[in-house]
Structure formats: C-alpha cells, structure tokens
Design a binder for this molecule. Structure first.
Ligand code: ADP
Ligand code: MG
Ligand code: ZN
Length: 615
C-alpha cells in the first residue's frame, strides 16, 4: 500500500544552532591554521635576534617593526630611537624594506581546513536529520509510520543484570515451574532432543488482571539467556488492512533470525478474538490473526522460537489459536492464596524499609481476594503513608490502613455526616456485625468503622476468615446473605425508617442468592441445572441467562424469597439482642472505629442479658 509520507516542516532551530557552531569552529580553524599568529615581543628580543643573525626579513613601519625569523614565524615590536639599526640589520643578513604580509601559510593549510570543514558539515547534517526524523517518528502521527512500514515494534530484551527474575514473582509456583522448563530447554536443548521430545511451541498465560502474567514473562526474559521479543497485541491493530499482518510477518522473521529466542505477545485477545460470522467482522483483525496462525504453524517445534502470550479473556480467543501445535500449554495464573499473598507482600516489602515486627499473615488474611498488583500497591501505599507522617520505617498500622484503602478507598476527612446520619450508620454497621457474629459459620468480625471512605462507603464491617476458603457451603451462603441484610434490618428496628445506605448490600445479597439458584444448584426446584453461564471468568464474571422466560420469572421469585427469608432471620437475631445492638452502636458512635476484640468484649459481657428483650 502506498501512503504518502507527510513531510514535516524542517526545524529551523536546529539549523540556526548548527550554523552558529559551524561559524565558531571556522573562526577557530582560521586563527590556528590559516592566519599565522603574529607574536608581539619586546625591542630587546628584536635586538638579540639581530645579534644572533636570526632574522630573515624585517619591515620598519612608522609605528611598528614587523619581522620574520629563519623558520618563518612572524613577530612585531614597537619603534625605539635606534641609530645604526639599518646597519646592524644589514650586517645580520636580513632583507628589509619589503612588505611582510601577516598571513603567509602555505596552500597545504587551506587544504586541511577545507577537508575539516567538509567532515564537519557532513557530521552536522547527519546529526540534524537524525534529530528531525526522530521527532517525526516520536509524534505518533497517523501517517508517520510511512517511515517504517510494516515493521514490528517489538522491543528486544536481552538478559540484564538487574532484570526481573523468577525470585521476584511470588506465589504462582505452578506457573513458574512450567516456564522454568521452557527456559531450561532453551539453555540445553540437546537433553530434550536426545529423548525425542519437542518443546511446546507456545504457552498461554491466563488469569485475572494483576496476577503477574506480564511479570512472569519478564522473569523468563531475565532468566533465559536468549533474546526476548516483547510486543503488545494492540500494537498489531492497525488502521489499514494488511498492516497488522505485515507486522506479524516481520516479527517472526526477526525471531527466526535470532533463534533460539522467546516472543512474548501481551494481551493477545486484542488480535486473537474469535472470528465469527457477524456482519461487523473486522477484516484487518482477521488478517492479522490468520497471519499469526500460519506463522505459528510455519516453524518446527525445535527451531527454538518459543511463543508466550498473556490474556485475561481466554474464552474470547479463537479456538484455532488454542489448539495443540500453537499454544500447547495453558498456564493458569490465578489470584494468590493465603501463602501466595504472604509471599507477595514479603517480596515487595524487601524494597522498602519496614519494621521487624510486621505480621504479614494478618495482613494477607485481611487482604483476601487481593491480586498481586493490589498487594504491591498496598505495600507502596503504606510506605507513602509513613513518609507523609514523617517516619523512617513502615509499620504494621501503615500496612493495615493501606489494606483498607485498597478495599474501601481513602478516608474522607472532610466529609461531614450529620449526627443523625452518623447514628444511622453506626446502627447499620453494628447490625451487620451482630448478625455475622451471632450465626455459626460466618467469618469473625475484625473491625467496624464509621469513617467515610472515598469509595462512597459511609462505614463498613470487616470480616476476616481464619484461612482461605475454596468451597462455600449452602449454609455459609445463606448466612452471608443474612449478614448483608443485617444493616438494613437494624435501621428498620431502631428508626422505623429505611435509607439508601443499603444499596451495595442489596446488590451483593441479590448476587449471592441468584448464583445459588442459577449456578450452584442449591435449590430443590432446579436441582443441578445451570440457568446461567459465566462469560468473563477473570473480568468481573458477568453472566448470561440460558433459560426460558418462564423459568427466568421463577428464578426471580426464588431469589426474592431467599433474600426475604434471610432478611427476616436477621431481623429476628437483632430483635433478640436489642440491648447489645444499642450498647455497641453507642460505643461505635462515640469511637468511630472499634476493633474485633472490643466488639466481642461488649458482646460477651453480661452474658445473661444477651437474650433479654429490653424494648
Ligand atoms: P498482569 O497479570 O495483569 O499482566 P502484571 O504482571 O502486570 O499483571 O502485574 C502488575 C504488578 O503487580 C507487577 O509489576 C508486580 O509488581 C505486581 N505483582 C503481580 N503479581 C505478582 C506476583 N505473583 N509476585 C510479585 N509481584 C506481583
Ligand atoms: Mg499484563
Ligand atoms: Zn451495609
């Protein structure tokens, strides 16, 4: 395709600077080479030189004497009354009376300066054109790719001393093992070929955002002693049909030349989307994908080009891309478990100054569900907070606070709640906490706070599980829903009025109840039939219905009845413990934040009043 390259106006600034530099250098050359230096000396030196017969030529003018020694150097000196000057000069054998021109360099000097000038001009021109074109290339002008048409802009990493290593990636041991094998193969291929094994051509890293996929690929680059091409899928997506495919071709050409090597395509879903028969099909993307598919077929397993790719939308990838022979290996990079979280926190804590008594386990438990990127962020936020407060080392408190920042946003210092609102929020949160604490099978309450957060939460109740849960029982799910309705239930009981504060609780309770019905087969009516499928496992997990409209209606009413039942259960629990509700809410209202221990202390004090109805 021919696209006219848009010429930018030349940059006059560079030319002006260049001309000035050129001028200065020329003057210097002229002074040192062309124009011979005339040395000013005293009259005594002149007299001595006559004595020694060292002068070849002299010219006596009205106000100065210019003279030349035997080796051609020119001098000048002032006039002094000197009677037999002419005679002495004559005796010394000098010629005088003729005009001495103060520039008497031979032609060779001109030739040399001329040559130097040409070299200088050439260098200047090179420098300027490079600068100007670089600028043109940098400004991602729509048309500026004309300079490097179809070139892949993959960055090549070669092993560096301070690069990322496998030890920088915590958790994710399975993924690391699989990748280590690839690195090992590239180091010692004969061990594999001897036995007849072929290396997987490609490996696909899949997992939620921020779990370290890109980091793992960089670690492979750091560990493998081979060139590492890294490119993002979106860089293949071009304005014009055919450009992306050309880039793919170029990338693989380069890779084959450099083999053994690793090619890493990040966010491959940008080009690897399923080809479908919808009308809005994207020609350019399909061509790019086809090119990728045929390139991946085009080299043998043992040429030593390994393709790594990462995505968080594996379900959207074209099946052709995933078949064995292309991406043979699928490496799950999941959210870290408790141990993984502890390790990740420790890896990042190494980069900051941290006090010795930090309890990583508590932190990791509190930050359940956090990704590696979030954990890295938590550590950094804590360090920032320590600096803000003028401390030199990071403490447990800083880390705890930043866990909350990641969960709920920053504290909103200037958000002022009216006293009434504050009271409502206090009862609401204690409602959650009490319902949670008074049911079996729910995680212990560790903190209740009514300090508003930037996320919009006016307060929250933190529950932290003792250990990681992989399964959730039906009872636990129901309890969870009851806990979520506990806030609203408290408001109803105490104020006989309901507020908008429960919107997030409602959303979550509904989600749990719906999942119970449609996905987990936890109801009698539907037994083990799925009514919904999850679309984006790693990105929020939105679902789509797969049932008849009648069933959908039924599902809705079942969801309502589940939530209603749990709501009334929560109401009952709170009614039975009205006194505790008042007591703890009052305490929370006054203190704004209470810890799990304080909460349990009040709850467990005067055990006998626990079930008495005071209202
Ligand atoms: P993604 O999976 O979305 O590509 P990245 O690899 O870009 O995520 O991770 C972003 C950042 O999060 C990394 O630079 C690193 O600081 C941190 N991180 C994520 N996972 C881990 C991990 N397993 N170990 C250590 N740091 C991690
Ligand atoms: Mg990434
Ligand atoms: Zn709530």
């Amino acid at each position: 395709m021919e696209i006219k390259q848009q010429r930018k106006k030349p940059d006059y600034g560079y030319w002006i600077i260049a001309l000035i530099v050129f001028g200065i250098i020329n003057v210097m050359l002229y002074n040192s080479l062309v124009k011979q230096q005339v040395k000013e000396v005293g009259y005594n030196v002149f007299m001595e030189m006559i004595e020694e017969k060292g002068i070849s030529e002299a010219n006596i003018e009205s106000n100065k004497i210019v003279f030349k020694d035997k080796s051609g150097n020119i001098y000048k000196t002032g006039i002094i009354e000197d009677e037999d000057l002419y005679k002495r000069l004559y005796d010394s054998g000098a010629t005088f009376g003729s005009k001495i021109i103060e520039q008497t360099n031979p032609i060779i000097y001109y030739a040399v300066t001329f040559l130097i000038q040409i070299v200088l001009l050439y260098l200047l021109w090179r420098f300027i054109t490079k600068r100007v074109f670089k600028k043109m290339g940098d400004s991602k002008d729509m048309l500026s790719f004309g300079l490097g048409e179809g070139k892949s802009n993959a960055r090549v990493y070669v092993k560096s001393e301070n690069g990322i290593r496998f030890s920088d990636v915590a958790g994710e041991d399975e993924a690391k093992d699989l990748l280590k094998e690839i690195v090992h193969y590239l180091h010692a291929p004969e061990k594999y070929t001897e036995i007849g094994a072929t290396l997987p051509k490609g490996a696909l890293l899949v997992g939620p955002p921020g779990t370290g996929k890109t980091l793992l690929a960089k670690a492979v680059a750091g560990e493998a002693n081979v060139p590492f091409f890294s490119i993002s899928g979106s860089e293949f997506v071009q304005m014009f049909v055919g450009m992306g495919a050309a880039k793919v071709r170029d990338l693989f050409k380069q890779a084959k030349e450099k083999a053994p090597c690793i090619v890493f395509i990040d966010e491959i879903d940008a080009i690897g989307k399923k080809r479908d028969s919808t009308l809005t099909s994207n020609d350019e993307r399909e061509q790019t994908l086809n090119q990728l598919l045929s390139e991946m077929d085009g080299f043998e397993g043992n040429t030593g080009v390994v393709i790594l790719a990462a995505t968080n939308r594996p379900e959207s990838l074209d099946p052709a891309l995933l078949r064995p022979g292309r991406f043979d290996r699928r490496i799950p990079v999941e959210l870290p478990d408790l141990k993984g979280r502890i390790d990740i926190l420790k890896v990042h804590a190494k980069k900051i100054k941290i006090s010795d008594n930090v309890d990583f386990e508590t932190l990791a438990k509190t930050a359940s569900g956090a990704s590696g990127a979030q954990l890295a962020n938590i550590v950094n936020e804590a360090a920032l907070k320590a600096v803000r407060e003028g401390r030199k080392v990071v403490q447990q408190d800083d880390l705890m606070e930043s866990v909350e920042v990641v969960i709920a946003g920053y504290q909103k210092k200037n958000k002022v709640l009216t006293n009434k609102e504050k009271l409502v929020v206090a009862y609401h949160e204690v409602g959650h906490a009490l319902v949670a604490a008074l049911q079996n099978h729910s995680a212990p309450v560790t903190k209740i706070t009514i300090i508003p957060r930037t996320s919009g939460a006016l307060g929250y109740t933190m529950q932290v599980d003792e250990d990681d849960h992989n399964l959730m029982s039906k009872t636990e799910m129901l309890n969870k829903i009851a806990t979520l309705t506990g806030g609203r239930a408290a408001e109803e009981l105490i104020f006989n009025e309901i507020t908008t504060g429960a919107s997030n609780d409602i959303e979550q309770a509904t989600k749990y109840a719906r999942a119970m019905v449609t996905r987990f087969g936890m109801t009698e009516d539907f037994d083990m039939v799925a009514m919904e499928t999850v679309n984006n496992q790693y990105l929020g997990g939105d679902t789509s219905m797969s049932c008849s409209p009648e069933t959908a209606t039924k599902i809705d009413s079942m969801v309502v009845s589940i939530v209603r039942e749990e709501h009334s259960k929560a109401l009952q629990i709170l009614k039975d413990n009205m006194q505790k509700l008042h007591e703890i809410a009052k305490y929370l209202y006054e203190n704004e934040t209470i810890t799990g221990e304080e909460f349990m202390d009040i709850l467990n004090s005067k055990e006998n009043t626990l079930l008495s109805h005071e209202d």
